[in-house]
Design a protein around this ligand. Structure first.
Ligand code: C2E
Ligand code: MG
Ligand code: MG
Length: 640
């Protein structure tokens, strides 16, 4: 009885369509895609040889060379598709680094296919695999093929179970469907040898895999044709889990958000497209070895293998240089601020969560220097450890009374002497040394510890003000910082007044600093707090004026006595436009009867400049850094 070719022909059709669809959907780059294409192509070829062989068999051909070629070709190629399938599964887990390290895995991967291949190649002489002289017949060594396939299947099932966390469940099911479908086909062929469903079953599982695994829309960003945020998150999480070491080039365009806000979406897209084109060019220059992702808001990532360090270094370098070049977009010159960090992961960024939070805003925490930075340039080396332990650091500091209050003198230009000081929080941790108050305050706001810290600072200050020592210094008041969360607390006013009362400190001796961010939250609770405290005679300063969106309306509405010009104002005084802003800001605030403190004065020239402008108070390293209480007392005494 002749064998039916219908299933094989259907298989060829399905496989041809699959090949076309993969190419049209641009599923051609990246190892998994390439392996999948190879997998389809080999199945396609094997089916072709199968059709040829069956055709010859059905025609009772006596052309021995043709019969040998057709059957050997079919078995050889079919023999190779199984390890290609195994490689495809491995590529989904992205664990090549594990394979490379393990000799026995490599043996299991290559030995079966090579042994079967050798047996097939010597078969025309040895005639041990199959015979074609009197119709196609299996030889005594044919079982080797089955043993080989069995080894691969056991391996792949074990591998998938072992690395199940690295592949999404739906993808794992799609890719593993190859096995039960293949086994079913084998059983059918065993029962009914003339029904050739084996290649058809392979085509069907490839179709399932293509639907379940190869979904480009899930991965690609449509604006840039780079992979998207979610793909970056999945890939990087997997790298950390499987301990794969990589070099990550992080590019955050510092001013992209403001370009978007000021020039609008269309213009921002023009800029984005130009940046994308340059990144592509750079990736080509390093042999396209980087996986490129576009996260959002001008943030890109290129990920290189551990051994591609040199390429990563080159790409990072080229990114900074190329993106800093001024470019003409729609007849407008735009200069970008490409913040680029090259990080070894996990060596320099220990865990996935830290990688994601660090990458979000490192460009806001450093100055733009136009060069490739290391993680440690953007943050201190042990920052991630500190951040991960910050809650217990704060708890311990509170329990073991490790917090301290330092004072930074404030000079009155009108009176020619020091009239006050700002109280600033300090923590020297036994394990990590100095930890910046900004870090502490942000974390303490989240955990709620800020209220206990705030109470501690105010008590220290009140105790100081109540002392005989303080009275001898001739200072008028002390400034104490309040964070946003503190201002939002219902009983802030009562707490503050209770502490002041405890030490018999009169209200004009305390000035509370609130920030612009707090002011912009101006809601009921906060206004009520401010009202109660003002009524009790406590005055307020607006801290860091000029850093946020300086909302003049709030400045008018809030009961403020003092405005503190932020250091950024001071830093830019040689910019002629800034000079205009400064002069007019000072004039405006003066007309509103506000007092002005200038922060961050470091040189005599700066001092002269702002004294000339008739700013009332000066604070900065020029006079003194924040110093511990005894030194501060000594400092003020030595000046008077
Ligand atoms: P801030 O209130 O604006 O404090 C002024 C900061 O500028 C201080 O940083 C001070 O050391 C620094 N500074 C003063 N003069 C100069 C100068 O001439 N040059 C330079 N480069 N810097 C100068 P510090 O102590 O690191 O405090 C940072 C921020 O942490 C403070 O900014 C404040 O927002 C917050 N903070 C500090 N202590 C407390 C506190 O007790 N409670 C709350 N809620 N926040 C605090
Ligand atoms: Mg302050
Ligand atoms: Mg300030």
């Amino acid at each position: 009885m002749g064998k039916s070719l219908s299933f094989d022909i259907a298989a060829i059709l399905i496989l041809t369509l699959l090949l076309i669809s993969c190419i049209m959907r641009k599923l051609t780059s990246g190892t998994p895609n390439k392996l999948f294409l190879l997998f389809i192509f080999m199945t396609w070829l094997a089916t072709g040889f199968d059709i040829w062989a069956v055709y010859l068999d059905n025609a009772n051909s006596t052309n021995l060379p043709a019969l040998l070629a057709a059957h050997s070709g079919y078995l050889l190629i079919h023999n190779f598709t199984v390890p290609v399938y195994v490689l495809f599964v491995i590529s989904l887990t992205d664990t090549w680094h594990k394979i490379r390290k393990s000799l026995w895995i490599q043996v299991v991967l290559w030995a079966p296919v090579l042994i079967v291949m050798a047996a097939l190649l010597i078969n025309p002489f040895a005639r041990t695999m199959f015979l074609v002289e009197r119709g196609y017949q299996r030889g005594p060594w044919f079982f080797l093929i089955y043993v080989g396939v069995l080894i691969y299947l056991i391996f792949v099932i074990g591998y998938m179970i072992y690395y199940r966390d690295l592949v999404e469940r739906s993808k794992a099911i799609a890719v593993m469907s190859y096995i039960p479908i293949g086994v079913t086909a084998l059983l059918i062929q065993l029962v009914s040898p003339s029904t050739l469903v084996e290649m058809f079953s392979s085509a069907i599982s490839l179709l399932l895999m293509s639907i379940g695994v190869q979904r480009p829309e899930e991965i690609m960003d449509s604006d840039t044709q780079f992979m998207k945020y979610s793909a970056y998150a999945t890939d990087m999480a997997r790298n950390y889990r499987s301990e794969k070491h990589v070099n990550v080039v992080m590019l955050n365009l510092g001013n992209f958000s403001s370009i978007n806000a000021m020039m609008g979406y269309d213009f921002a897209m023009v800029v984005l497209n130009e940046v994308v084109a340059r990144i592509r060019k750079i990736n080509r220059a390093v042999d396209s070895k980087g996986d490129v992702y576009y996260l959002d808001r001008g943030r890109f990532r290129m990920v290189f293998a551990e051994y591609d360090r040199e390429r990563a270094v080159k790409a990072a370098d080229m990114l900074v240089k190329s993106l800093m070049e001024k470019a003409d977009y729609n007849n407008l010159d735009v200069t970008l601020n490409p913040f680029v960090i090259l990080a070894r992961c996990p060596e320099e960024i220990p865990d996935f969560k830290t990688l994601m939070t660090f990458g979000m805003d490192f460009h806001e925490k450093t100055r733009f220097e136009g060069r490739v930075m290391k993680v440690s340039d953007a943050v201190r080396e042990d920052i991630f450890e500190i951040q991960n332990n910050i809650d217990s650091i704060i708890e311990n500091a509170l329990n073991f009374k490790r917090f301290q209050v330092y004072y930074q003198p404030i000079y009155s230009t009108g009176k020619g002497r020091f009239v006050s000081a700002e109280a600033l929080l300090r923590l020297f941790d036994p394990n990590y040394g100095f930890i910046s108050p900004e870090l502490l305050v942000t974390a303490a706001e989240k955990s709620g510890a800020i209220h206990r810290i705030g109470d501690y600072v105010l008590e220290e200050v009140c105790q100081f003000i109540a002392s005989e020592e303080f009275k001898s210094l001739g200072l008028e008041y002390i400034e104490v910082n309040l964070s946003v969360t503190q201002c939002m607390r219902g009983n802030l006013a009562e707490d503050v007044l209770a502490i002041m009362e405890k030490y018999h400190v009169s209200s004009e001796k305390i000035n509370l600093e609130i920030t612009e961010t707090a002011a912009s939250h101006a809601q009921e609770v906060m206004s009520e707090n401010l009202r109660k405290l003002t009524q009790a005679g406590v005055s307020f300063s607006l801290d860091d004026y000029g850093t946020g969106y300086s909302n003049i309306k709030r400045v008018i509405q809030l009961p403020l006595k003092i405005i503190k010009l932020d250091k950024t104002f001071v830093d830019e005084q040689d910019n002629p436009k800034m000079l205009v802003v400064l002069k007019n800001t000072v004039a405006m605030l003066k007309d509103m009867n506000m007092e002005i403190v200038v922060e961050g004065i470091e040189t005599q020239e700066m001092l002269d400049f702002f004294t000339e402008l008739r700013c009332d108070f000066i604070q900065g390293y020029f006079f003194s850094k924040p110093i511990p209480k005894p030194e501060f007392v000594h400092f003020i005494r030595s000046w008077s």
